[in-house]
Each structure stands twice: as structure tokens, then as C-alpha cells.
Design a protein around this ligand. Structure first.
Ligand SMILES: [Zn+2]
Length: 323
């Protein structure tokens, strides 16, 4: 393949927008409810099929993160495989969602999943994805960056190459979480809701554009998740997400008033600072390294896809990139 030759990818025929995977993250809950209203179900030439759903209706009803266990950790083959009697509600629900949107890793899975989340951390709008070479997700992100220049935006790569991905968006052929904050859980803020609504609309616009033609090559900076910083005794100043944290700089203040400094060897970017939902796990923040990525132009091969589908099954498998 020549350097500038577009990467050919199948049409995005079926997409899903999911809210309420965590039932107290209300921007996605309200946005999905709004999009489901008949007057808002417009045909805009986007994905041929756009499914919108509330992932964890019981948790939404109770306005809590989850009922029995965190749904967004349940999408491994172990949990979505064979049914277990007396399993927690979220494992039962994960199996239902896998039947609806998947099966995970199969050709029948939806082409794209956008899973909507909120964080109490001051993170702006983030894409969180397992892959740093899923060109569809990277192009969608770049499109949102261009369309929403006043919204702070980062792409965070969680490298889980040594273990299986476990979140809802991993069911789709392409998928990412759209995480927006700061917003307290159980509350809704107009600026955060509006950013999410605009982000989802721009994603739909990009899909329409991709399905009908070509998108351009792009470059941007990606945050590579390194690790999480655990603490149980200290608290820290809020709102400095994605500021560079240098060795020796103040990080926490203990309850007795002492300052605790960052002792890492390398300057890194902190995020998910003081995320309310992570208190249970004792996670104070996550750390990332900034990396520049070059994303090739991509081209939709709708007709080619149909031809291959009918004749050379194995080729389609290659294009989809999934086993
Ligand atoms: Zn969430």
C-alpha cells in the first residue's frame, strides 16, 4: 500500500448510542431519552440504522451507578458467555446487550458503539478507547475537535492488550466511550449536556459523510494511559486534569495538613482527578503520557463490501479487522 492511499473500510451501517451504562451519569440518560422522542427520530443519512438505548434501566431508575456490580466491567466473554443462575443483575443485562448489539467479536455486531458517560473530574470531553489504531474512532474524534474548538477535548488510549476489554463499547466493531465532565453524579448541567448533544450530532454527521465518500488524513495528540494513582488517606486540589505533573510537584494534602509530592520519575498528565465513583477503589487519579498520532485517510467501500460478502467471505473478515 502506498503511503497516501486511503485505508478501505466497510460502510458503517449500524450504530448505537448508549446512555445510562452508569445510571447516575445523567447527561447520557437525558440525551438518549430526548433522541428517542418520535419528533427527534429524523432521517439524516447517517448510519442506516441508529439504535439508542438505556444500558442499565434499573440503575437509571434508582439513579445509582449500578445495582449489583459495575455493568461497564461485565462485557468479557466469561460474563457474557453461558448463563449463570443467580448471577448479578448487571451480568444478566450484559448478556442481553451482547445479544442485541453483538455478539462481541462477530460479524453480526453493530459497526459502531458510542457509550455516553459523565465524570466528576474536570476533563472536558474525552474519548476513551482500547485501540490507538481504530481509524474510525480516531477520525470521529478529530472531526469533533474541529467542529467544537471551544470544548477541551482529549483522546485517551487504554492499552488492555494483555487482557480482554470489558466495557460496553467493546461489543461493537468500532467503539468508544464519550466521557464528559465535570458534572456531579445524579445531577445534570446544561453546558455538559449541550457538549454531549453536540458531540453525538457531529459523530452522526461524520458517519454520514464517511458512508458517502472519503475523510481526510489527520494528526493529533493522544493521551496514553499509564497507570492509576491509589490513595486512601489524602485528598488533592481539584480541576487540574491534563495539566503536566512534574516530579517533585505537590500532589496531595493530608488531613493533618502536610503536602505530599509527586515522586514519579517522569512528568505525566493527570486525569480522572478526584472522580467520585473511584473512591470505592481508592483511585485518586490516572496518569497519561502525551503522544502524537498520524491517522491515514480512510474510504468507505460499500459496494466492494457487498461484492466480497457474496463471494469471498474471508476477505470481508480481513476488512472488518475482527476475529
Ligand atoms: Zn460512567
Amino acid at each position: 500500500m502506498q503511503v497516501d492511499e486511503p485505508v478501505r473500510l466497510p460502510r458503517l451501517s449500524r450504530a448505537a448510542v448508549c446512555g445510562g451504562t452508569h445510571g447516575n451519569e445523567l447527561s447520557g440518560v437525558y440525551l438518549v431519552r430526548e433522541m428517542l422522542k418520535p419528533e427527534n427520530r429524523k432521517e439524516d443519512g447517517g448510519p442506516a440504522s441508529l439504535l439508542m438505548l438505556l444500558s442499565n434501566p434499573r440503575a437509571v431508575q434508582q439513579c445509582t451507578r449500578y445495582v449489583d456490580t459495575d455493568l461497564n466491567r461485565c462485557f468479557t466473554h466469561l460474563f457474557i458467555g453461558k448463563s449463570q443462575k443467580g448471577a448479578p443483575y448487571e451480568i444478566f443485562r450484559a448478556r442481553e446487550l451482547n445479544n442485541l448489539l453483538g455478539p462481541k467479536g462477530s460479524r453480526a455486531a453493530v459497526d459502531l458503539i458510542c457509550d455516553l458517560h459523565n465524570t466528576t473530574a474536570n476533563m472536558g470531553l474525552c474519548f476513551i478507547a482500547y485501540s490507538d489504531c481504530d481509524w474510525v474512532c480516531l477520525h470521529i474524534f478529530r472531526h469533533l475537535q474541529k467542529q467544537m474548538p471551544d470544548t477541551p477535548m482529549r483522546f485517551i488510549h487504554f492499552d488492555v492488550s494483555t487482557k480482554e476489554s470489558y466495557s460496553l463499547d467493546s461489543i461493537g466493531k468500532h467503539g468508544f466511550a464519550m466521557e464528559i465532565g465535570p458534572q456531579p453524579h445524579g445531577c445534570i448541567k446544561s453546558n455538559i449536556y449541550t457538549a454531549m448533544r453536540e458531540g453525538v450530532q457531529h459523530m452522526r454527521d461524520w458517519v454520514s459523510c464517511f458512508n458517502s465518500g472519503e475523510s481526510n488524513k489527520c494528526y493529533f495528540l493522544l493521551m496514553e494511559n499509564i497507570n492509576s494513582f491509589k490513595t486512601s488517606k489524602c485528598f488533592l486540589s481539584q480541576d487540574r486534569d491534563f495539566c503536566l505533573l512534574r516530579p517533585g510537584e505537590p500532589l496531595f494534602q493530608t488531613f493533618s495538613g502536610e503536602t505530599v509530592k509527586y515522586q514519579g520519575a517522569e512528568a505525566l498528565y493527570a486525569f480522572f482527578i478526584n472522580e467520585c465513583a473511584y473512591y470505592k477503589k481508592g483511585i485518586a487519579l490516572s496518569l497519561a503520557r502525551k503522544r502524537r498520532v498520524s491517522v491515514p485517510s480512510i474510504r468507505c467501500v460499500y459496494f466492494l463490501q457487498i461484492y466480497l460478502y457474496l463471494s469471498i467471505d474471508v476477505k470481508l473478515h480481513e476488512y472488518s479487522g475482527y476475529d
